[in-house]
Design a protein around this ligand. Structure first.
Ligand code: ZN
Length: 327
């Protein structure tokens, strides 16, 4: 697949979805609802080892809810993370591969079943391999502060991401999703890797935001998007895991800064306390509010809309219903 084809894949999906495609919702949240224990530095990646069937089940729940894009369970799955748990390098790589395979299997199973249903309104979903930020691996809340310390250089970030990126791409996802990127340096590392590895599938880069105006590091989104705009390997750019009340103004800001399609999948508005490792209730969004805001976000120019932490299949069903006019 060349760059033109990579762009077309995402654009076709957006068009088939009626102008705005639906991304799935919180993964760990749904695993927990099914009783999985994810109180671990590996977070939902732990489930890849302990209960892969449950991962597939959650993917299927999001497909049924109307997700056009499934994001894999590899957000916090990293080779150094697995090695720190006593796994071999080889087993760590197999788990990364498995995160893609499970999502592809769920998608294929769902799509085969839908093929026999007359007049259904689903699209064949794309599988996006999740690549969480370096901060997500550190599990110290730095994906929301953007501060990695002065010893973390561009090369160090590229080294951290390279092998995982290679393994995920070899496993055959439709696209890549870089998530909760907190600063310009890590965005540059992602872009450099896409170029150096000559990745042929589409990708998006999503930033988190804690003030509703800038990247968590305090760097302006103009600085961050200027470097992304220079790369043809990045096919969409946006925001994930920020509170929903920031999203509308960030979409408008991004529209002035880039021509690339904009993707947003905020969390529910609860606040993650990275040190205490728990959710603090605040301006929380329920599904009705997501439904209302999803149309506003579309009207402001978002082309891909979904949910992040603490959103569920019922959130995604509400978004899908309102965006696709499905009853
Ligand atoms: Zn999140």
């Amino acid at each position: 697949m060349g760059i033109g084809k990579a762009t077309a894949l995402l654009e076709d999906l957006i068009e088939k979805a009626g102008g705005c495609a639906v991304v799935d919702g919180g993964f760990a949240t749904q695993l927990e609802r099914h009783g999985a224990s994810i109180n671990d530095p590996l977070w939902s990646a732990l489930c890849l080892i302990k209960d892969p069937d449950l991962i597939k089940r959650v993917h299927l729940e999001y497909l049924e809810a109307g997700a056009d894009i499934l994001v894999t369970s590899s957000y916090q799955a990293t080779i150094p993370g697995f090695v720190a748990r006593g796994l071999s390098l080889e087993d760590g790589e197999l788990l990364l591969e498995k995160s893609v395979k499970l999502a592809v299997e769920a998608r294929d199973k769902f799509w085969d079943a839908m093929d026999r249903v007359l007049g259904h309104s689903y699209n064949r979903a794309l599988v996006a391999a999740s690549i969480g930020s370096y901060g997500a691996y550190l599990a110290d809340g730095s994906e929301y502060s953007g501060y990695y310390g002065s010893d973390v250089t561009l090369d160090k970030l590229k080294d951290f991401h390279r092998r995982r990126l290679q393994v995920l791409v070899e496993a055959g996802p439709d696209m890549l999703a870089f998530e909760t990127i907190p600063n310009k340096l890590e965005a540059q590392a992602c872009i450099d890797l896409l170029e150096e590895e000559d990745i042929q599938i589409p990708s998006w880069i999503c930033f988190s935001s804690v003030d509703g105006e800038n990247a968590p590091s305090g760097e302006s989104f103009k600085e961050c998007l200027d470097i992304i705009n220079k790369s043809s390997k990045v096919n969409a750019v946006g925001i994930n895991c920020a509170p929903p009340h920031f999203v509308d103004s960030l979409i408008r800001k991004f529209r002035e800064l880039t021509e690339k399609p904009i993707v947003v999948y905020p969390n529910s508005g609860e606040v993650w306390d990275g040190r205490a490792k728990r959710w603090l209730p605040s301006k929380c969004f329920d599904d009705d509010k997501f439904e209302l805001f999803a149309t506003r976000w579309r009207d402001s120019g978002a082309k891909l809309i979904g949910g992040c932490c603490r959103t569920t299949p019922s959130t995604i069903r509400a978004i899908s219903k309102v965006l696709k006019g499905r009853s």
